[in-house]
Design a protein around this ligand. Sequence first.
Ligand code: BTN
Length: 323
Amino acid sequence: MAAKDQIMLYLEERKGDWVSGESLTRILAVSRSTIGKHISQLKSDGYPIESSPKKGYLLQKTSDLLTRREIRDGLETKVLGKRDIVCFTEADSTNTRAKDLATRGAPEGALVLSEKQTSGRGTKARNWFSPPRDGIYLSLILRPAIPPREAPVITLLTAVAVAEALLSLTRLKIAIKWPNDILVSGKKLAGILTEMTTQGDSIDYIVVGLGLNVNTPRFPDYIRDKATSILIETGKRFSRVKVIREYLKWYEAYYEVFKNIGFEPVRKRWRKLTNMIGQQITVEMIDKRYSGEVQDIDKDGALIITDGTGESHRIIFGDVTVI
Ligand code: BTN
């Protein structure tokens, strides 16, 4: 763990209390000036840290930081987030970090979070706007005992969990857009990036990345018309920690249902939470393009559309535009 993250962790564990510079230098085995440099960086990153030449450093009690302790306190799950949680102040991509951990044997339910991403990834090699402390950038490691061909339903299950969490915490009109978008007023509030690694015929691990715009006040020009945040939609700031706990709670509930009963109950809920059924859409694939009316999703999570000639198409991957 980088020294900056170690300092944050130490301050977080003693949130609201003064921590002497001397104790930090001892624990991290670095000089006072190095500590000072990291603290200034953390402050300019926006962390509410007070400094006093006599008392040392203090992290204010009311901060909405993504730390292990914050997330675990009051977390109502049995597995997800209960074991390994890794919180970065900065990471290239939480999905990339989670894949590293999974390769090294991290268990199901392990969680990677970052306050900021420098190379946040979206689907189709797009980047994910990840400004510090405004959003949730989180990746969950799963090891489901299902064949790899069933894995696409995990993205749809994730979308349902995100939607449920948002519906229980806000009054927003949430709509799921197949396969990985959560929309409000036609704009993107959250996106999901699911990455799988297989071993022979079985899944080694799945990393489910969630990018959720919580307190983002504005977006850069290139996405201003397409993206939104809970803050923009409600005019209120929300606790990211609470949103994460709620998401994990819903996730675990649906994941259990999926493992014990199958995808059908999740699919039923998905149909209620999407606004796509009956809509005219265009789907761009690598080599084809279909237009038609959305009928449903099938038992494997594929999108079923009917084109103008009445022919049905089963879409498993593609860029969807609602007409
Ligand atoms: C999309 O809608 O294109 C998917 C966006 C997924 C973004 C999240 S942020 C956390 C995780 N880490 C990444 O690099 N990407 C996902």
